[in-house]
Ligand binder design. Structure first.
Ligand SMILES: CC(C)(COP(=O)(O)OP(=O)(O)OC[C@H]1O[C@@H](n2cnc3c(N)ncnc32)[C@H](O)[C@@H]1OP(=O)(O)O)[C@@H](O)C(=O)NCCC(=O)NCCS
Length: 154
């Protein structure tokens, strides 16, 4: 679990890896508010003490919303993002929540492939969602559906 001391590093990662080129909406104060909110879970992945990844999920009555997820470039494609997401989804299941929603930049093909691999499906496209100029894809993971992706050839 992340700590309030991680807020600045998480906000910086969000700016560099997720919100680059957009107005900065997840600044340190917003991350800190989430860290203090009991309906929001902020998860940290560390290499020794260094923050190498994080995820923020907000829990509502019947669904959860994945706000942010990022892994430092030098640590990507090593299963860190998958572990963060699966931990949060296991928590959602335990809480009796079986729908996880998210939005991502429509141009973010790497993250799109990642989420599809982990069972999310695009449900709609929201025109000019970011800063009134960049489209978002809305995605949903139905946690009652167990298979995450088609079986890979043996
Ligand atoms: C998207 C992101 C969080 C994935 O984290 P990660 O730790 O690299 O992902 P994992 O190693 O757990 O990947 C699991 C699987 O997802 C798929 N995947 C992950 N990144 C992918 C990419 N860039 N392109 C295609 N498939 C990808 C692969 O199938 C991968 O398994 P494999 O490496 O065995 O092939 C990471 O790339 C990232 O931080 N990107 C920048 C920030 C961002 O775009 N966040 C999402 C929007 S909020």
């Amino acid at each position: 679990m992340a700590h309030v001391d991680d807020a600045a590093a998480i906000a910086a990662m969000s700016r560099q890896l997720i919100e680059h080129g957009l107005a900065w909406s997840w600044d340190e104060n917003r991350v800190e508010r989430c860290l203090r909110n009991r309906d929001c879970v902020v998860l940290a992945a560390r290499d020794r003490r260094r923050l190498v990844g994080f995820a923020i999920m907000e829990f509502y009555a019947i669904h959860a919303h994945l706000n942010l997820l990022a892994v430092q470039p030098g640590f990507q494609r090593q299963g860190v993002g998958k572990q963060l997401l699966e931990w949060l989804e296991a928590s959602a299941r335990t809480a009796g929540i079986f729908k996880v929603h998210l939005e991502l930049r429509a141009t973010n093909t790497g993250a799109l492939a990642f989420y599809e691999k982990l069972g999310f499906r695009a449900t709609s496209r929201k025109a000019a969602y970011y800063d009134g100029r960049e489209d978002a894809l809305r995605m949903l993971h139905d946690l009652t559906v167990t298979s995450t992706s088609p079986a890979e050839p043996q």
